[in-house]
Design a protein around this ligand. Structure first.
Ligand code: SF4
Length: 246
């Protein structure tokens, strides 16, 4: 039968994910975690991969990081049940290790299909691995909380809530970023995507990215002259300018 409604397409997709064996994580997972939320959500949050609790329950962000995410959503004026939440990987890496490039590649089409299905106005990436999908060379410590428009959609890179649980000094940073997110969403909903700022990738940003894990390198207040390159949709063209909100 050909699926025609969003709900039918989602059911098919989730069934595919739960049965997927396209990478080795299928051998060690308890349950795959497709994602959840309204299929017409304006805002989609994309994390890294399921952890232990998510693996057991088959739902995203249900552990301590998920509780903190729910608090952060409130700072942005959002309820958890009005946003769509998923991960780059749908199955838990053993010991919560970082996703491997081959795993990310194997799982990428599922995320493509979810983005296509929900078609959100705003995508919030949580952590380095989802950020890298749009800004593969950027450092999260430099661009967190700064919205960019990529292929007509607003992308907002944020730290992963688990990073704030490991590093107390990130907690306030994330709260501030989420408070600003409320305005970003309001502007996106009103269609006000006026480009007001031009940004370029700089040597300094690249150095920060390569010197240390980005989530551990918090450097002062949000940058005014951000640097982003290699955004999806224009790969391989070197430094490029991306319009940001004010
Ligand atoms: S992580 Fe993704 S590609 Fe790998 S088995 Fe799970 S659903 Fe399939």
């Amino acid at each position: 039968m050909i699926a025609v409604t969003k709900e039918e397409r989602a059911r098919e997709l989730y069934d595919l994910i739960r049965a997927c064996r396209m990478c080795a994580l299928a051998e060690t997972r308890t349950r795959a975690v497709p994602g959840e939320g309204p299929l017409d959500a304006d805002v989609m949050f994309i994390g890294e991969a399921p952890g232990m609790h998510e693996d057991q329950q088959g739902r995203p962000f249900v552990g301590a990081a998920g509780q903190f995410l729910t608090e952060l959503l409130a700072e942005a004026g959002l309820r958890r049940d009005e946003v769509y939440i998923c991960n780059v990987l749908k199955c838990r890496p053993p010991g919560n290790r970082d996703p491997l490039p081959g795993e990310i590649a194997a799982c990428a089409e599922y995320l493509d299909l979810q983005i296509d299905l929900v078609d959100p106005l705003v995508i919030v990436t949580l952590g380095r691995f989802s950020m890298a999908r749009w800004f593969p060379q950027a450092a999260i410590s430099r661009i967190h909380g700064r919205p960019a428009t990529v292929d007509g959609r607003v992308i907002v890179p944020m730290y992963h809530p688990a990073a704030a649980l490991r590093q107390a000094n990130l907690r306030e940073v994330m709260v501030e970023d989420f408070r600003r997110l409320a305005e970003v969403i309001a502007r996106a909903r009103s269609g006000a995507t006026a480009a007001v700022e031009r940004v370029r990738w700089s040597d300094d940003t690249q150095k920060t990215h390569s010197a240390a894990p980005a989530e551990e390198a918090v450097q002062g207040p949000p940058i005014e002259d951000a640097s982003i390159s290699g955004a999806a949709g224009d790969p391989g063209t070197g430094p490029q300018q991306i319009p940001l909100f004010e």
